[in-house]
Design a protein around this ligand. Structure first.
Ligand code: THU
Length: 136
């Protein structure tokens, strides 16, 4: 697990918190903000984007990760997730995280910026499906 400095952790949480206001949540009223740190030191934010066809909704964590990947980033070191009550990332988001780095540090924080949980994603999704299984 890559060591992330306390300053970088605070910065990630702050960026996720700032992004949270852009969440599109007319149905759940549960805005989520995320910020992912790349190995190269860049940060991409994301918010949840809901839809009237409920299952089409996309989580904040995946929006942030997909923004990073679509900008050419593959190695992701950490991700911060901010909600009003320290909600944890869902299983689908965990699976997307392990794809890019099982050691990715997941910081779960509340709106006051308090980090409630901090763990590598591999510990949040034991027995995850990995690209190894697809090798011939
Ligand atoms: N949500 C996220 O953005 N990330 C998660 O990991 C869990 C749930 C969103 C989806 C939906 O817009 C709202 O939170 C309530 O489920």
């Amino acid at each position: 697990m890559k060591k992330i400095s306390p300053d970088t952790k605070s910065q990630l949480v702050e960026i996720a918190k700032n992004a949270q206001k852009w969440a599109y949540t007319p149905y759940s009223h549960y805005p989520v903000g995320a910020a992912v740190l790349t190995e190269s030191g860049k940060i991409y934010d994301g918010v949840n984007v809901e839809n009237a066809a409920y299952p089409v909704t996309m989580c904040a964590e995946r929006v942030a990760i997909f923004k990073a990947v679509s900008a050419g980033e593959r190695m992701l070191s950490a991700i911060a997730v901010v909600t009003k009550n320290g909600g944890a990332p869902c299983g689908s988001c965990r699976q997307v995280m392990v794809e890019f780095n099982p050691e990715m540090v997941v910081l779960v924080a509340d709106e006051e910026g308090h980090i409630i949980e901090e763990k590598p994603v591999k510990e949040l999704l034991p027995g995850y499906f990995s690209p190894e299984y697809l090798k011939k």
